[in-house]
Design a protein around this ligand. Structure first.
Ligand SMILES: [Ca+2]
Ligand SMILES: [Ca+2]
Ligand SMILES: [Ca+2]
Length: 616
């Protein structure tokens, strides 16, 4: 059961335990000055309204998701609270700094090379009036570069500033990019200069990097400011949950309830796991409880408790593992949202290391599995983005059904990265299976790209017709131009990585990626009769066809005496109706927008209908 910490250096704190800030900065901070109480009070009274916070100040981000706690932090800094981007963090959830705003939009979406200030995390005012260097006020925090995000470049920075008593922000600590470090480093900065000892004291972290997407990632955690500390004050009596809980399902992170209930035992994972961390310097016994509950019906599915007599070493982690119960066969309803929770029953609220802070706040961690109208391999958070770097390049994802079903579209997370592709066309395709890879084309439809409104949001792209599928099917997208590389969110946390296939021209090959695109087939939900596939044209009729397909705007055919060319939309409404002249072999259809059409060709004896994609 004892599990060494993962990561190249073997733990989430540095090999030397912790690292001091750069010597120059440290010695600068140690210069104590005389406190001018008058000036301090003057500033705080003029610049602040409302009551400042008092020591201790602590946040490990475990109590919120997405945005920082507004009772501690100033709104609008755009850091992203999450539990999927960090590696080896001290407790569940971190604050991530990168080039995306809280909405998921880049700071700069016109110049992909632009750099500048990105996210900030600013404390609310903290009353330090009356303190002196003798009070030994220290700010400590854990920080990491990159994690599962993007490595900051050499010139990128994360810096810490303190607000002094004349309203000036003073830089007291700074780190540069370039060097990967998969351990969170604990840093201590003394707050001992008189200019900081005022009632309106604040501190802020600021990142500088690329402004055009989720680039140059820094992660912060476990921020603690208090008096009576020292730079060796590393240990806090705290057991914390940390690692995102593994999937409840064996093959997917989400699947339609109907597909799950066809074989609950086989679809339920053999175990679900998380890991917990001991942040104290003493051994600490733990009991944990594992609960599974359907949030739609309120029904409890599992309640299990285990006490481990094993100790967790100081500043190390241990895996906790449970065999989850399948949903009972009589489970009814249209959908379910299963919340499965590890609750570590610690005594962190007794004799706390941080007076007034209840460290049971980080003792519980949940996973959520949705059984509704879609399949997913991803966990709902993109750590990076994936594109197929070639015109007409295709990607396809494999899904295996328990019972026949209908695909009615795709739910996609497009990431706003480098270039704004709003309105650009792309094509979704559904394929059958050919020896474990995408096979015959069952359906195609073109769409225009739309970004979600939030970071990690999804947009539904619904087909005009449902597509009947059974056994194994594939669904994917086609990249229509090199200039507009579709960036599909990519979940690096997913253990289901071998379901992606890529076709750069003639054959489908395994994608060879670790993780999963945030691309989910929508199942069911269309009332129209599903189509069962596009009929291949018999060889004798092959001359009754136009090419190329997809088509840039000029239809070409080989037939020597075509009588009629009709272009229809997918609902059968005629858009063009042309009688070619003798010997005519081409037709300009440049007036049609990019999209998916039907072309009906007749030579007077036979009529053939063909699906056509216009892509200019
Ligand atoms: Ca945390
Ligand atoms: Ca705790
Ligand atoms: Ca993720």
């Amino acid at each position: 059961m004892k599990q060494p910490l993962t990561g190249s250096a073997g733990s989430w704190f540095s090999k030397t335990g912790y690292r001091f800030p750069a010597g120059g900065i440290q010695s600068l901070l140690r210069i104590s000055g005389l406190l001018t109480l008058f000036l301090s009070l003057w500033f705080s009274a003029s610049a602040q309204t409302g009551r400042p916070l008092t020591l201790p100040f602590f946040d490990d981000f475990s109590t919120v998701t997405s945005r920082p706690d507004p009772t501690l932090w100033q709104a609008g800094g755009n850091v992203y609270i999450n539990n999927t981007l960090p590696i080896n963090h001290p407790s569940v959830n971190v604050a991530t700094f990168d080039g995306l705003k809280a909405t998921g939009a880049p700071y700069d979406f016109t110049n992909s090379n632009a750099v500048g200030p990105t996210d900030t995390l600013t404390s609310l005012p903290i009353d330090l009036s009356g303190y002196t260097a003798a009070d030994a006020v220290f700010l400590s925090f854990y920080w990491e570069r990159k994690g599962l995000g993007e490595l900051p470049d050499e010139s990128d920075t994360l810096r810490l500033q303190f607000l002094n008593n004349t309203g000036v922000w003073k830089t007291v600590w700074k780190e540069m990019g370039a060097e990967t470090n998969n351990n969170f480093v604990q840093t201590f900065v003394a707050v001992d200069r008189a200019e900081f000892m005022h009632a309106g004291f604040r501190f802020r972290f600021e990142a500088f990097g690329r402004l055009s997407g989720p680039f140059d990632s820094w992660h912060l955690d476990y921020i603690y400011l208090n008096r009576g500390r020292s730079a060796g004050d590393r240990f806090v009596k705290d057991i914390a949950t940390r690692q995102a809980v593994t999937p409840y399902l064996k093959r997917y992170t989400a699947m339609p309830l109907k597909q799950y209930l066809a074989n609950p035992a086989a679809e339920t994972a053999d175990s679900v796991r998380t890991d917990i961390v001991n942040l104290f310097n003493n051994f600490n016994f733990t009991t944990f409880r594992f609960l599974v509950r359907d949030e739609v019906s309120g029904r409890q599915v599992q309640d299990y408790q285990q006490t481990l007599s094993e100790n967790i070493g100081s500043l190390s982690s241990q895996v906790r593992r449970v065999k989850p119960q399948p949903l009972p066969a009589d489970f009814s309803g249209k959908r379910t949202v299963l919340r499965y929770t590890f609750d570590v029953l610690t005594t962190d609220d007794q004799n706390p290391s941080i007076p007034g802070v209840n460290l049971r706040r980080n003792d519980s961690i949940s996973g959520v599995t949705v059984l509704d109208d879609y399949f997913a391999y991803d966990d709902g958070t993109a750590e990076t983005a994936l594109n197929v770097n070639q015109r007409q390049g295709r990607a396809g994802m494999r899904f295996i059904l328990n019972v026949p079903d209908v695909v009615s579209g795709a739910r996609i997370n497009f990431v706003q990265i480098s270039n704004d592709l709003t309105g650009r066309p792309f094509v979704l395709s559904v394929y059958g299976s050919n020896r474990g890879r995408p096979g015959n084309l069952l359906y195609q439809q073109s769409f225009v790209l739309k970004y979600p409104q939030t970071r990690n949001g999804f947009v539904d792209f619904k087909f005009d017709y449902g597509v009947a599928v059974k056994d194994t099917f594939y669904i994917g997208w086609t990249q229509l131009s090199e200039e507009s590389l579709l960036a599909v969110g990519f979940d690096k946390n997913s253990p289901f990585g071998n379901q992606v296939f890529v076709n750069l021209g003639t054959s489908w090959e395994p994608g060879g990626v670790t993780g999963a695109p945030m691309f989910r087939p929508i199942i069911g939900g269309l009332n129209t009769a599903p189509i069962t596939g596009i009929e291949e044209e018999p060889a004798a009729l092959s001359a009754l066809r136009v090419f190329p397909n997809p088509n840039p705007g000029v239809l070409t055919w080989d037939h020597p005496a075509l009588r009629r060319v009709e272009v229809l939309d997918l609902n059968g409404r005629p858009l063009l109706n042309v009688q070619p002249t003798e010997g005519q072999r081409q037709l300009d259809v440049g007036s049609l927008g990019n999209g998916f059409y039907l072309v009906r060709l007749s030579d007077g004896k036979r009529t053939v209908t063909q699906k056509l994609i216009i892509s200019k």
